[in-house]
Design a protein around this ligand. Sequence first.
Ligand SMILES: Cc1cc2nc3c(=O)[nH]c(=O)nc-3n(C[C@H](O)[C@H](O)[C@H](O)COP(=O)(O)OP(=O)(O)OC[C@H]3O[C@@H](n4cnc5c(N)ncnc54)[C@H](O)[C@@H]3O)c2cc1C
Length: 456
Amino acid sequence: MTARRLVVVGAGITGLAAAFEWRRRRPDDEIVVLEAGDRIGGKMHRIQLAGHWYDTGPEAMLARVPEAIALVESLGLGHRLVAPATTQASVVLPEGRFPLPAGTVLGVPASTDGLDGFLSPEGAARVRAEADLPPLTVDGDVAVGGLLRERLGDEVVDRLVEPLLGGVYAGRADELSLQATMPALFAQLAGSGSVLAAAAAARDAGTRSRGDVDGPVFQTVDEGIGSLPAALVAAARAEVRLRTPAHAVRRTATGFEVSTGQVAAPEVLTADAVLVAAPAGKAARLLGRVAPGAVEPLQGIPYASMAVVAMAFPAQDVGAGSGLLVPPVTGRLVKGVTVSSSKWPHLGGDVLLVRSSVGRFRDESELQRTDEDLTAAVVADVADLLELSRPEPVQTAVVRWGGGLPQYLVGHQARVDAIRAAVGEVPGLGIAGAAFGGVGIPACIRDATRAVDALL
Ligand SMILES: Cc1cc2nc3c(=O)[nH]c(=O)nc-3n(C[C@H](O)[C@H](O)[C@H](O)COP(=O)(O)OP(=O)(O)OC[C@H]3O[C@@H](n4cnc5c(N)ncnc54)[C@H](O)[C@@H]3O)c2cc1C
């Protein structure tokens, strides 16, 4: 085969993993990655905090979906993987702090055990009462919150599911798609008759498919997940052009033309294959001419914005395990606290490193505050939640993620199917990223590989 040029739009994990995979299979091709921003990595980002590399975007990679760990290993960085020292998280409720009940499927209980105390007596009784409801029938996608409120009551949603979904999507249970955010549970609903039975079946199916593998659920990288983008670019031998947004993709007789560059210095790049790995709204703008059928469903995927505040406090004991989930029922500013120094062994010791996030879908008003104001409010909230004895931080940093996480709203899978179908009609054109088959790093890598498979 003669050498070809692949143009990748977007230097986040999806675009870079795709470039890496393409290089493995096509050693002689030219790979150009166009990146609108002034650095590689997209949401993957690390800073120096009190002398440590500290992630301000993704900080943990699911190990049970193997793609991320496998990628780190194939970069020759397996020795840098770190397992958590503790994964015991607690949920902050109006009455106090409670350990997260075990054995749920993203907060959906698989039995009535272990809920007393976490739910009120009435809330726990409401879950038990599902057994008296008519058998469950589900016709297509529904909102997580809608179904669970009806079957199990409000407390399960507000205290258990909302904090977990909020942590992953910065979204709202009442709007997120059951099919897209809990596919394993969704797959079991039809035959199970009840939500509890479906959750138990989903949990057991997950355990069976993992076999006896009993490794850590999550891992990180000791120099930060934010160290991976540079390693990927080097291994992919890709040419990355920073501050070079792609504006449009056009089909030609032999391939594609991608118009790129700053308005003052536009450029047209020819390509044999184009992989769009930019967020959905940007992808919609790029694809108007070449895959018009993808535009509307792409525009139907909104994003939540958030800010991550990273804090270093003097070393002190905090008995909060790996961190706290803070649901909206508490009325708190922060929606979660990760106690990185307890969670990751390489971050323990000389200082207490903590990160906290603010903002969720349709609740972004607090992000209007200045960095100074936001930091002060978050530090106060965290000091109170962790009961810090030395609450004066030695260093802080704010990282804002405008359009940080795509929202998988009801009907998401149908939208994704329509996007993939429209793009799939154009030979040589691909699309992948966090907006489609999962927001986590392993899911993005899986989607990148799927897109490269399809293109090749
Ligand atoms: C605060 C936060 C914490 C998270 N924590 C975790 C975690 O712990 N574990 C986990 O697995 N996941 C986590 N995630 C999710 C995960 O990090 C993201 O879903 C994933 O990194 C997205 O990768 P991506 O490549 O699809 O998109 P992005 O990272 O958004 O990359 C897209 C890139 O495209 C560029 N771009 C946009 N438009 C154009 C254009 N027109 N031309 C050229 N370039 C363009 C952007 O500048 C960007 O660099 C977190 C996300 C956030 C925001």
